[in-house]
Design a protein around this ligand. Structure first.
Ligand SMILES: Cc1cc2nc3c(=O)[nH]c(=O)nc-3n(C[C@H](O)[C@H](O)[C@H](O)COP(=O)(O)O)c2cc1C
Length: 207
């Protein structure tokens, strides 16, 4: 699957979504995809971040990870978004990055690419599905190929049964969670590889 260039774009305040994104990156690489693990910039004021030790520590832990740019979105032929639930929706930090992509959207550079998403929320019914569906609404505006996991593997039901995308409650990932993340990521990479094959064949035919 060397024709797959996957940008995994994540935000995490306390570490859960960072761990999900890292496991997804490992899973995609094991399928041969070229992966860029990218975080979105922290936009909360410094005094707010520093006001919570756990938040400040997590930001420091991610300091070596490159911040996503529109160039990364252009480079990739598949995207995976990973971010926590904030009042039933995606965090403003991720929204702020997405809102820098209007120019690319206008030029059609985001269209036709396979995309999937994962999330976490404190409560079991605290908005996981709403967060994923809200993100997918934006992807429909882009003309993305949304690659939801559905119930395409037993791992999905075993990890809580969210067909819209992997979701969990904060804390360490267990084996069932890791299996569901791996399945969703493998499925995204496999579909991205098929789409890339079709585009390469079209280029050859046109030449
Ligand atoms: C401002 C704010 C809003 C939140 N809103 C929700 C919510 O609507 N539902 C919920 O279950 N948890 C909510 N949470 C909890 C987060 O979803 C939880 O901290 C997150 O999933 C942890 O992910 P992280 O470790 O990657 O930051 C909220 C947390 C914050 C700070």
């Amino acid at each position: 699957m060397s024709n797959v260039k996957l940008a995994i774009i994540f935000y995490s305040t306390y570490g859960t979504n960072h761990a999900i994104a890292e496991h997804a990156a490992e899973s995609a690489r094991s399928k041969g995809a070229e992966v860029r693990l990218l975080r979105v910039a922290e936009t909360a004021p410094e005094h707010v971040v520093k006001g919570q030790e756990a938040w400040a520590q997590q930001l420091e832990k991610m300091s070596d990870i490159k911040v996503a740019t529109p160039e990364d979105m252009d480079w990739a032929n598949a995207y995976l978004f990973v971010a926590p639930t904030r009042f039933g929706s995606m965090p403003s930090q991720l929204r702020a990055f997405i809102d820098t992509l209007g120019g690319m959207w206008f030029q059609g550079k985001l269209a036709g690419k396979p995309v999937s998403a994962m999330t976490s929320a404190q409560n079991l019914h605290g908005g996981q599905e709403a967060t994923l569906l809200g993100l997918y609404t934006t992807l429909m505006h882009w003309g993305s190929v949304i690659v939801a996991p559905g119930f395409t593997d037993a791992a999905i039901a075993e990890a809580g049964g969210n067909p819209y995308g992997f979701s969990t409650q904060p804390g360490a990932l267990d084996d069932k969670g890791r299996a569901a993340i791996a399945h969703q990521t493998h499925r995204l990479v496999e579909i991205a590889a098929k789409l890339a094959d079709v585009s390469e064949a079209e280029v050859k035919e046109a030449a």
